[in-house]
Design a protein around this ligand. Sequence first.
Ligand code: FHN
Length: 453
Amino acid sequence: MQIRPFLSLNISLAACLLAPVAGAQTLPKPLPPPKSQDEKMQWFRQAKFGLFIHWGLYCIPAGEWKGKAIPGIGEWIMNRAQIPVGEYEQLAKQFNPVKFNAEAWVQMAQDAGMKYLVITSKHHDGFAMYHSQVSPYNVYDATPFHRDPLKELAAACARHNIRFGVYYSQWQDWHEKNGAGNTWDFGPEDTHDHDQYLRAKAEPQIKELLTGYGPMCLIWFDTPRTMTNEEGLRFIDIVHTLQPATLIDGRLGTKGDYRSMGDNRIPDSVVNEDWEVPATINHTWGFKKDDTDWKSPADITFKLVDIVSKGGNYLLNVGPTSEGIIPQASQDNLRAVGRWLKVNGEAVYGAGPTQFGDELGAPDPRNIDKSGKPVFVQATNWRCTTKPGKLYLTIFKWPGGSMEISKVKGHVKKAYILAGKKSVKIAQTGDTVKLTLPAAAPDPIASVVVLEQ
Ligand code: FHN
């Protein structure tokens, strides 16, 4: 397969001269091979909260094409509006996010209490957001920006001790004749030579990403559709050869290192394996100018603790603008979560799932869904996370002066409110523990009571 030449490059010389030297970023060396799967997963199990970033050419139209609002998620605009490659690729000439500041993005992730960052290196539109030698359809060669934001982010992450990873759409590529997904330019899928696409673009680009960006904490593959197991194994082989410590998500089409849940799909109960849920902070991944329905700090905090109490990780997305700015409301809400985590993070980072389960909710036998199953009704009063010898009860709906917890395994020696370590009176009868609490909630978002055993 020929990688489609990207002819209309019009890089301004001035922009080239003024841009910071992206290649001058210092990056640490990749990590040594882990000794076991447990060792490989260790950072992920500790981290719990990550920043997902969908950033690409789609942030320019931001949900609108030729004056018409295009329904659906922003990064799908090329597909939803069936924009021909020749027209869509013109966006590259407009991409000049001069306000992009890797340091500020990573600082925000850190302020939010996030421990890893995963950014789109190439989404389904086929445009590489890093300086690729494999295809000139990339942010360095095809835009007046003429910088490599991924290199700058990888270096900023290293400075802030935040793990760096990339999203890569390994199967869909609407820019290439043999990639999957673009039937409006390239005809029916069965006329595309997918395997050749993998060999000519996706596999070599994965190799570039694993060699030029320092330690890669994970690669977030997506939408494998009809990929074969053998094709998936080729990617695994590349990753294992170049960076054996790099995790592979659950959307390669072949078993990865952990399970990826559906978008915004938090399971109802504990899942006893490593897993992660990718989620939006509004209703789109890529920036859309008319989507301002931001999840509140309280909602994000609930979802985070809910996910941790079920054994998972929360990968929460932001969609930066074409100027290179993470929308202010997303920043504000994430920083508010970070302030909560500064005080209560012990209940989250490295914590295991609940030892109860009833607090999560229950199926409602009077409400049956289409498949004949009772609909699960989530309870939202409190969640439990665990560490050896400790139960963390994160209480979202403060019960007033007292609270009773039943089915407690073992003896509780003492209890206290995590913020300020203020002691809480306990009375245990069998497996029931009664807590005497202050009348008013200590924290308007949620308060953590620790039971020590
Ligand atoms: O099609 C993509 C979508 O654009 C987005 O990247 C999400 C993130 O999980 N993944 C796919 C849909 O599941």
